[in-house]
Ligand binder design. Structure first.
Ligand SMILES: Cc1cc2nc3c(=O)[nH]c(=O)nc-3n(C[C@H](O)[C@H](O)[C@H](O)COP(=O)(O)O)c2cc1C
Length: 183
């Protein structure tokens, strides 16, 4: 038997990632869960930000963002960036995080985070509580150790997953590969 729950509960996994916004001197960090790959060609990511966030002003100004993907050992940094505002504190300094120059965006990457996706905003949609930004992927940076034969090694992934206000690790072996049912 199934029961119906509050429709604002999201019974689906989301990432828990830290986005950098703003130019080098003014760059801020914000944790987001409403993040997804939404187009295959070209690669496009969607991120949703409430207009009340300090980061909103910065992304509006520059039209660029970087998705920094933490490993589970960066869980405190990830939570910190989602519970303090850049209006009151410098999250880079608080957490001893290093700004790394992007290849094609003026928003800095977080050096200590193993994967970073540079994006340029191509569309924005105002929807209820959030502004949805669609960002075309410009460059993807990955720590070499996470690759096998030049490709992402799924078994080396240690990302943080967000489900119903809790953080989980990816410590289990994958169940199957996508499209295994066709093989
Ligand atoms: C796990 C997690 C996920 C979050 N996801 C979002 C999100 O998708 N969109 C959003 O606007 N805020 C989200 N937040 C809240 C912001 O990260 C938080 O309000 C932050 O302090 C805003 O920082 P800023 O004012 O420096 O921009 C999330 C927070 C956490 C902890």
């Amino acid at each position: 038997m199934k029961v119906q729950i509050d429709k604002s509960t999201t019974p689906i996994v989301s990432p828990a990632v830290v986005i950098s916004v703003g130019d080098w001197d003014n760059a801020n960090l914000i944790t987001l869960a409403w993040v997804a790959r939404v187009v295959s060609e070209p690669p496009v990511m969607s991120v949703s930000i409430r207009p009340s966030r300090h980061s909103f002003t910065l992304i509006e100004k520059l039209g660029e963002f970087v998705i920094n993907i933490p490993n589970s050992d960066l869980i405190r940094e990830m939570d910190y960036c989602g519970t303090r505002t850049g209006r009151k504190t410098n999250k880079w300094e608080d957490l001893n995080l290093t700004k790394q120059k992007g290849e094609k965006v003026s928003v800095p990457l977080i050096k200590e985070f193993p994967m970073n996706i540079e994006c340029k905003v191509t569309k924005r949609v105002e929807y209820g509580s959030h502004m949805i930004y669609l960002g075309e992927v410009i460059t993807v940076h990955v720590e070499e150790g996470l690759l096998k034969d030049g490709k992402i090694d799924p078994l080396s992934q240690d990302q943080i997953v967000y489900i119903a206000r809790n953080y989980y690790g990816l410590t289990k072996e994958p169940l199957e590969r996508q499209a295994f049912s066709v093989e």
